[in-house]
Design a protein around this ligand. Structure first.
Ligand SMILES: Cc1cc2nc3c(=O)[nH]c(=O)nc-3n(C[C@H](O)[C@H](O)[C@H](O)COP(=O)(O)OP(=O)(O)OC[C@H]3O[C@@H](n4cnc5c(N)ncnc54)[C@H](O)[C@@H]3O)c2cc1C
Length: 393
């Protein structure tokens, strides 16, 4: 497969830039940075209105005839303008999960609503005592007639501020071994007994603790089979790490922005910062990593487009680009010197404080969507066939 950019893709890029020029408002970046919610609903409505959310989906589930290449170029353009669409990323993952494990009725109900921009889903996996070991979830769901009643607490339910649903991992069979007694539910955030409290993080994002006290959902909210939630989670995690995942920290323009600053900035002897060969080398390495990330992304998408579940590829991509981002922003702050720690809004901050902000965002990126240590274990065991480093429980 040829991954070089074709004329067709270049045309999409021009059209996507025009779409963003006409629709994306610069003040949304400030709103996301100040408010911490990485999902702007005004932007989401425009993406739905123009069929961009629905690009590439089958018509029977509400798909549009917008070219998926154009839609991808629009999302890249949005990322280039420093806007996050995390609520859509998580919704996208959950809708793909439903295509794999949902009933026909769920596909027809949830996917078109999501593509119209009316249904937005946050992920309710982590709990105060279980993040990496997510299968240790203590939130319970108990069957009551045709309904289920949920009780428990989730941590880091990101973008729940604006989401209509949370995709909740709950224990439905306390007698079964840890991984076998779990189920997944789509819980509406307007359900009685649901509560949310904000949590501000180092990266600037405001995520949430969510609480479920006697929350009652109908049987149709169960996604996949009862007690088979772990296999549903595995599909969902694949999409989180690979296809629709937390990709916005992967900023394609970062090396170019840094080079532009270094070209203009002067050293004490009057020469350009970019004249320092060590600076040029570091920026060059960043550009290479960006290219590797781009190609890993294509590998994942290619596999998903063929109907596969690109688990290992997605895991490798997430591990690579988040760790690379930490190296890149650390290099950037070294190169920028004191100016590098000027935050958004500070007078004279290079690139409007982008480097400082993204440095902090990169720190937390190796935690969400699976911490790096866990991803290395997955690659070691499932890709390289190395022995497990811990006993089975
Ligand atoms: C900004 C942000 C947004 C998030 N958004 C969401 C969200 O929307 N929904 C959601 O459900 N969760 C979300 N999370 C939670 C995230 O998935 C968890 O924080 C993550 O899985 C790690 O879990 P933990 O915080 O409990 O840390 P722990 O699991 O306690 O891990 C602590 C450290 O120990 C290491 N470690 C743990 N187990 C092992 C092991 N077996 N071998 C080697 N090392 C190990 C980890 O790698 C890590 O370095 C978010 C987190 C952050 C920071």
């Amino acid at each position: 497969m040829d991954f070089w950019e074709s004329d067709r893709l270049a045309a999409h890029r021009d059209a996507a830039r025009a779409w963003a020029d006409a629709n994306v408002r610069p003040e949304w970046v400030e709103e996301q940075q100040d408010g911490g919610c990485h999902q702007t609903m005004a932007l989401h409505e425009l993406l739905a209105r123009d069929g961009i959310l629905a690009a590439g989906w089958p018509p029977e589930y509400g798909g549009s005839d917008v070219d998926p290449g154009f839609a991808r170029a629009v999302f890249e353009e949005i990322a280039r303008r420093d806007l996050h669409v995390d609520g859509w990323s998580t919704t996208y993952m959950v809708m793909h999960t439903i295509t794999h494990v949902g009933t026909e009725a769920q596909k027809r109900r949830y996917i078109p609503a999501a593509l119209r921009g009316e249904l937005l889903v946050a992920l309710g996996y982590s709990e105060p005592d279980s993040g990496s070991d997510v299968a240790a979830a203590k939130t319970t769901a108990v069957r009551d007639g045709d309904a289920w009643v949920l009780n428990g607490q989730k941590m880091f339910t990101s973008t729940a501020q604006v989401c209509s649903h949370v995709f909740v991992l709950a224990r439905t069979n306390p007698e079964a071994p840890k991984h076998r007694g779990l189920s997944m539910f789509l819980v509406p955030t307007d359900a009685a007994g649901y509560e949310r409290r904000p949590i501000r993080t180092l990266g600037g994002q405001v995520t949430n603790a969510t609480f479920y006290t006697g929350v009652r959902v109908p049987g149709s909210a169960l996604v996949g089979e009862a007690d088979a939630g772990w296999s549903v989670m595995r599909v969902a995690l694949t999409y989180e790490r690979g296809v629709g995942g937390p990709g916005t920290i992967e900023k394609p323009a970062m090396a170019a922005n840094l080079a532009a600053w270094a070209r203009e900035a002067r050293r004490p002897d009057g020469t350009s910062v970019l004249d320092d060969p060590l600076v040029a080398e570091r920026i060059g390495r960043i550009a290479v990593d960006k290219e590797v990330t781009r190609l890993l992304g294509h590998w994942v998408e290619w596999d998903a487009a063929k109907g596969g579940v690109p688990g290992i590829q997605g895991t490798m991509r997430k591990l690579f680009f988040t760790e690379a981002a930490q190296r890149h922003y650390s290099d950037a702050l070294d190169i920028l010197g004191a100016a590098g720690i000027l935050a958004p809004g500070a007078p004279g901050a290079p690139a409007g404080g982008k480097f400082e902000y993204d440095f902090r965002a990169a720190v937390v990126s190796t935690i969400y969507g699976g911490a790096s240590e866990i991803l290395r274990d997955v690659i070691a065991e499932r890709h390289l066939g190395l022995p497990r480093n811990r006993p089975r429980r």
